[in-house]
Design a protein around this ligand. Structure first.
Ligand code: MG
Length: 388
């Protein structure tokens, strides 16, 4: 044995000895407890319940109006801990409470002995069936909540983010009459630092003027694919810039990449993709077409993939916003965990509903800030009856 090797062994032994000193300390007890927890022989138990969100206002975007949003709430129990999740199901996206429940019935978590193996478990869930992204998100969110509770930390902390350094959330004003949009804008003045206006109707300019008559706040504009001609769209964007609009979301039909790339190249405002992308695998196609992407947990199967998308987009020089559907504070709190440092946040989903059944991330000075609780940071505000 050469001297280097001997020295290495000696040093290692010393290090091991020094690390063994606090073996009766709290650290060691924590470690033992942790090991005991992971060795639980009782499998994870997934259960769910359908729930209907009542919207405070009728909500209109380009082509659709509605007063309710169906969701499915999920719960994963393991070793005395409970993780909560949610699938939000706006009708135009194709998933329903029935399709989510049908998917959840196929999920068998009994072969996974350790919930912290997120990659393995969520890879299995993703392969059960194509699509079903909201159903998958309902499992992903509950699992993240559970694992965060096992570790004893919120996900923004696990990911190394400062939860206070989040962008202002936009508050969405749907397409409506001048009088209604003015009224809706007045209602929220003082609570938000940026608004998001849904356009793509016949009277876009009039609606923007109506809002401008009551506030100078910066505004994002979401056309939801509503503009069909790229030249008209560019004229409109120049007009919007003069009116204090700061970004444009999904101006044109989702597969019309050529027109959108043409527009992005000439636009004085950043152009974000929403309907044009779903998941991680779509991001590369966005480069050179859009300036940024809107990541939503319900489109991309949940927090794990959203985190990967965020990192890939940043590496490719693509801007990132985090968005939502109308959701309870459960899914909104999950999204709030990864919003620090992004370009825009659109996390007003729980503020638009009248029957939120979770207490979670809250609106503070125009920002949606996660609670100081482990996992996704939520507590149910009523006795939710989960079953199978
Ligand atoms: Mg959108």
């Amino acid at each position: 044995m050469n001297s280097n090797r001997r020295n290495f062994i000696k040093t290692s032994a010393l290090m091991a000895a020094s690390m063994a000193i606090p073996s009766t300390s709290i650290m060691a007890k924590k470690k033992e407890k942790h090991i005991t927890r992971i060795k639980s022989t009782v499998p994870m138990k997934l259960s769910w319940t359908p729930y209907d969100l009542q919207l405070k206002h009728v909500f209109t975007i380009s082509g659709f109006s509605r007063k309710t949003t169906p969701v499915v709430l999920t719960q994963i129990e393991y070793d005395g801990l409970v993780g909560y999740g949610e699938a939000s199901l706006p009708p135009y996206l194709g998933e329903t409470q029935a399709s989510v429940i049908e998917f959840l019935k196929k999920v068998d978590l009994s072969s996974f002995s350790d919930p912290t193996h997120l990659d393995e478990i969520l890879h299995y869930v993703d392969r059960i069936a194509e699509n079903n992204t909201a159903a998958k998100a309902a499992i992903d969110i509950a699992l993240h909540d559970l694992v965060g509770k096992m570790i004893g930390a919120p996900w923004h902390q696990i990911w190394g983010l400062d939860k206070n350094k989040v962008p202002d959330t936009t508050f969405t004003i749907g397409i409506d009459t001048d009088e209604v949009v003015r009224e809706k804008t007045r209602e929220v003045l003082g609570d938000f630092n940026i608004l998001k206006i849904k356009v793509g109707g016949e009277h876009d300019k009039r609606m923007i003027e109506a809002i401008r008559s009551v506030t100078d706040l910066p505004m994002a504009v979401d056309a939801n694919q509503g503009w069909k001609d790229k030249h008209q769209a560019l004229d409109m964007i120049h007009w919007l810039k003069e009116k204090g609009i700061v970004m444009i979301e999904q101006p044109m039909p989702k597969y019309d990449f050529d027109s959108i790339a043409w527009l992005t190249e000439r636009s004085p405002l950043p152009i974000f993709a929403d309907e044009s992308l779903q998941r991680l695998r779509d991001i590369e196609k966005m480069k050179g077409v859009f300036s940024g992407i809107n990541i939503k947990l319900m489109k991309c199967t949940g927090m794990r993939e959203a985190w990967k998308m965020r990192n890939l987009a940043e590496a490719l020089g693509i801007k990132v916003m985090i968005g939502c559907m109308t959701e309870t504070s459960c899914a909104i709190s999950a999204a709030s965990q990864l919003s620090a440092g992004l370009d825009f946040a659109d996390l007003d989903g729980a503020l638009l509903i009248a029957n939120d059944c979770f207490d979670g991330a809250t609106l503070e000075d125009g920002k949606i800030i996660a609670k100081d609780l482990p996992g996704i940071g939520v507590l149910p505000t009523q006795d939710i009856k989960f079953g199978r």
